[in-house]
Design a protein around this ligand. Structure first.
Ligand SMILES: [Zn+2]
Length: 300
């Protein structure tokens, strides 16, 4: 476990167990909803992927909560701990809805069933690797890349299978996906990492393509979660090279006292497993990174 985040919420300390067997209706859901609120994010309860609280007006009614009642979809979202507790007493197994723009977030939603991975490859080929950031694995093998909202209008879609969630909301861990798996934060399982800035090139779809960046020219990644994201984004044929690169950078974080070795090792092994690298192979790659010469100036 890393202890770098001094601003961890009191409840759960921001740590989500990567345990997919948590009981539905247990106190787990409300604990996580409260932890998000204490982190500063407003939330609301979900039934599946839709709001759990019944609509108070007909579809198309312009009220966004001005009437003082609940039942306005994601406009109900709050950081009020008493309200959140009351909602989850009423809907104990409810999923957690996390509005994007109102929480300062803009999310790239990658759906592999609709060609999302291929679209992501094309985007990275044309524009360079997406900045590593806070990431969530959806229960359906999809991916949420969570960025800081740039405060301007964003495209709704970046291509087949890749949507931008800005005005809407995302389902947050550890909500249950229809597949039966739970949403989970990638890497160390924590959500309280600072999201990276929205990559400007995603906001302008007509922008001419820039040359693809090489691995070594990718901007420095300063956090473990960024390194995990970097590994998770690996395409066929570059999984080991990305893992090796991430391991070298991770070791630099360890030597600089910014991460602890076991966390780096466990997170990268987990990321490697998610992209389909066998444990033995991943472990070999990590060990060879340990033996690699340090970069000058990077070691403590
Ligand atoms: Zn209303």
């Amino acid at each position: 476990m890393t202890t770098r985040n001094a601003e961890t919420p009191r409840v759960m300390a921001g740590a989500f167990p990567n345990d997919r067997a948590m009981g539905v209706g247990s106190p787990v859901m409300v604990a996580h909803a409260l932890a998000y609120a204490q982190h500063g994010w407003s939330v609301f309860p979900l039934a599946g992927k839709t709001p759990a609280i019944p609509r108070v007006h007909e579809v198309g009614h312009p009220c966004r909560g001005e009437c003082g009642q609940h039942g306005h979809g994601y406009h109900d979202a709050t950081r009020d701990l008493d309200q959140i507790s009351a909602w989850w007493r009423r809907y104990p197994s409810a999923g957690i809805g996390l509005p994007c723009a109102p929480n300062g977030l803009a999310v790239v939603d990658v759906d592999p069933r609709n060609g999302g991975r291929e679209t992501l490859y094309r985007l990275e080929r044309d524009h360079g690797t997406l900045p590593g950031t806070l990431m969530q694995i959806t229960g359906g093998d999809g991916l949420h890349l969570v960025y800081a909202h740039p405060g301007r209008d964003l495209p709704g879609k970046l291509g087949p299978g890749v949507d931008v969630k800005s005005n809407g909301y995302i389902v947050a861990a550890p909500s249950l996906h229809p597949s039966g798996a739970r949403y989970a934060w990638a890497g160390d399982g924590r959500f309280n990492h600072w999201p990276a800035a929205w990559p400007a090139f995603l906001g302008v779809r007509a922008e001419p393509a820039r040359p693809t960046l090489s691995l070594e020219s990718v901007r420095p990644i300063a956090s473990l979660v960024g390194l995990v994201a970097f590994v998770l984004e690996a395409r066929e044929g570059e999984r080991n090279s990305r893992l090796f690169w991430a391991a070298c950078r991770g070791l630099e974080l360890v030597r600089a006292g910014k991460a602890d070795g076991p966390s780096v090792f466990a997170s990268l092994m987990d990321a490697a497993a998610r992209i389909g690298l066998p444990d033995a192979e991943a472990s070999r790659t990590l060990r060879s990174a340990e033996r690699a010469p340090h970069r000058t100036g990077a070691s403590a």
